[in-house]
Design a protein around this ligand. Structure first.
Ligand code: PLP
Length: 393
């Protein structure tokens, strides 16, 4: 009998026990305020600085370029609003139609105060074309914000090319790397990134702690005002235990990255191979190669409206997977904006099942999941053949 199986790591990840261990002293005896000058304060300050170096190391940054925030959402808000305010004019942001709401809603807010926003389209695989960015860059652009990995379909964007083009046109380049951080290699200098958002809970760290990488010399105004912590960019007493956890999670992710990428890719590809062989009506969303190693998004042809039944059946049998993103769950029943942007119709855009693997998943769990999903699909009589164009979508 297998215990519960958690395959929803794109929503959040369980805390790594090593991270918990690192955090515990800071939830107990080491309670100091990092701004205090006494011994308790110095201990807390040192811990925050160590974590800053660990997070910086994950993305090839200098520790001075890391600002701790309370979430990936806050990092995205600070990057976009902070950059526009620093420029001092409403400006022009170029982004994509498949971003997380943390970007889309921030752009909406900025649009209401006069910022021009251009949304780049994506192809059927969820990839932004460099030519569409090049066209957008012909106008005066302040900032380009393109996510490194999509949270719904797991597609990876050609960040290096996109950032390179952006820099050639003199604009700032921000990437929301909340899903990519710790899962694929990221080097801010090689990629020419100016601003990059991370969130600890996506890489086996605690919830409620994020970071924004800000390249040295990049103009940025704060969006939270107060005591001037984090170089004046993010006032508030630091959440020391969470920051320490983020640092530990980043260090572990960096050390184990290469091994995890190939292990998760192998497990994910095994699921694909089994489902394609045994469920003729399964189709895959997103690019098959350019995607997060542990991520798989599928649909059941002609049964898109029955996704909820599959998830409920699996949940009752001890398996947690999701329909689209966790954020979409707040708008359940609505088609995914990501799939609509990729050219799927309303029905198919409601029918996505997201399977996202993580550090503690095993081959046995994957085998058990495949058996359960196949038998659930059979019980629900999912047996129609897929039209050719969908099967290869
Ligand atoms: N950006 C992306 C791509 C995400 O997937 C998420 C969370 O799902 C966020 C931003 C928001 O991060 P947080 O949950 O830390 O606010």
């Amino acid at each position: 009998m297998i215990a519960r199986i958690y395959f929803d790591h794109s929503a959040t990840t369980p805390l790594d026990p090593r991270v918990l261990e690192a955090m515990l002293p800071y939830l107990d005896g080491a309670f100091g305020n990092p701004s205090s000058l006494h011994r308790e304060g110095r201990i807390a300050r040192d811990a925050v600085q160590t974590a800053r170096a660990q997070v910086a190391d994950l993305i090839g940054a200098d520790p001075k370029e890391i600002i701790f925030t309370a979430s990936g959402t806050e990092s995205d808000n600070l990057a976009l609003i902070g950059a526009v305010h620093a420029i001092g004019t409403p400006g022009h942001i170029v982004t994509t139609s498949i971003e997380h709401p943390a970007i889309l809603q921030t752009c909406r807010h900025l649009a209401s105060t006069g910022t021009k926003i251009t949304y780049l389209p994506v192809n059927r695989e969820g990839i932004v074309s460099t030519s569409s960015l090049l066209r957008a860059l012909q106008q005066n652009v302040t900032l380009v914000s393109i996510m490194a990995a999509n949270n719904v379909v797991g597609t990876l964007q050609p960040i290096e090319e996109l950032a390179h083009l952006t820099k050639l046109h003199g604009a700032l380049f921000h990437t929301d790397a909340v899903q990519a951080g710790g899962k694929v290699p990221l080097d801010v200098n090689r990629l020419q990134i100016d601003l990059l958002s991370l969130s600890a809970h996506k890489l086996h760290g605690p919830k409620g702690i994020g970071a924004l990488y800000v390249r040295k010399g990049t103009g940025l105004e704060p969006i939270i005002f107060g005591g001037g912590q984090e170089g004046g960019l993010r006032s508030a007493t630091e959440n020391v235990a969470a920051i320490v956890g983020f640092g530990a999670a980043a260090a572990i992710a960096k050390t184990e990255l290469a091994e995890e990428v190939s292990r998760l890719r192998e497990l994910r590809d095994h699921i694909v191979e089994q489902l394609e062989r045994r469920c003729p009506d399964v189709y895959i969303f997103g690019d098959r190669e350019q995607r997060l190693p542990g991520h798989l998004s599928i649909g059941f042809c002609e049964h898109e409206s029955e996704v909820a039944k599959v998830l409920t059946q699996l949940d009752s049998q001890g398996i947690a997977i999701s329909a689209g993103s966790a954020c979409n769950a707040n708008h359940s029943g609505e088609p995914s904006h990501v799939l609509l942007a990729m050219g799927y119709d309303d029905e198919r855009a409601r029918g996505l099942i997201r399977i996202s693997l993580g550090r503690f998943n095993t081959r046995d769990e994957v085998e058990h999941f495949v058996e359960t999903l196949v038998s659930s699909a059979r019980k629900l009589k999912f047996s129609s053949e897929c039209p050719q164009q969908l099967a290869s979508a």
